[in-house]
Design a protein around this ligand. Sequence first.
Ligand code: GLP
Length: 245
Amino acid sequence: MRVIEAEDYQELSNLAADYFINKIKENPEITLGLATGGTPKGTYKKMVEDHAKHGTSYRRVTTFNLDEYVGLGSDHPNSYHQFMETHLFKDIDLPSTQKHLPNGIALDINKECIEYEQAIERSGGIDVQLLGLGSNGHIGFNEPGTAFETRTHVVELAPSTRQANARFFNHADEVPQRAITMGISTIMQSKEIVLLVSGESKHHALKELLIRQSDEGFPASVLTKHPHVTIIADRSALSGIPVNG
Ligand code: GLP
C-alpha cells in the first residue's frame, strides 16, 4: 500500500480529484467505484470545478457506488442517490444510464444484490474504487466481522456507524437500520483502490490498518492483500505515523 500524505483536507481533496481526473483522461471509458460520506465531498467538488473549467468529460464513464440505505428511495434527501446527485452527478455530463447505486427500496433486496453484481461484471469490473474509512474499520458498509468472501449483500448497521451518520439526518432515529453494500470481495476485485482518510477521528483506524495483520475483525485490513492500493491521508489522520511516500 502506497501512502500519500496531504497537508490538510483541502490538499487531500485536490490530490484525490487530480488522481481520478488523470485516470479518466487516460481511459475515457473507465468504470469508477464511488463512495459517499463526508470524506469524498471535497474530491467531488474539485472534479465538478475541473469539469466546468477544463471540460473533462464523463460521457463514456460508468460508475458504481458502494452502498445505499435500505428503505430510502432514490429521491429521499438522505439517500446516497441524492448525495451523489448533489455533490457530483448534477454538475457533470455523466449519462444517467451509466450511474449505478443499489436500489434501497427494491421489492426483492436479495435479487437486487445479485443484479448489482451482474451489472458490475457486465461493465467489465471496476477499474478504480474510491473508499472512505469508518472509524471502526468499515469499508462501504461492511462492518467488523464481515467475511472477506462477501459479494453485494444486505447488512445490519453497527450502532457506532448509525451514530456517526446521524449528522446527515434530522434525528438519530431516522438513520436506517440496514443497508445494501458491495461486499469485501466485490471491493477487492477492483483493479485499483484509492482510500481517503481525513481528520483526527480516523487516526486510530488508519493506524490499525497500517500495522494490523489482515483479519475480519477490522474490514479495511483486507486492503493489505490488494496489489494496488493508494492511501491519501491528511496530516491530522496520520499524526506521527511514518509514511512510505
Ligand atoms: C459511511 C459510508 C462509507 C464511508 C464511511 C466514512 O458509513 N457507508 O462508505 O466511507 O462511512 O464516512 P465519512 O467519510 O463521513 O467519515
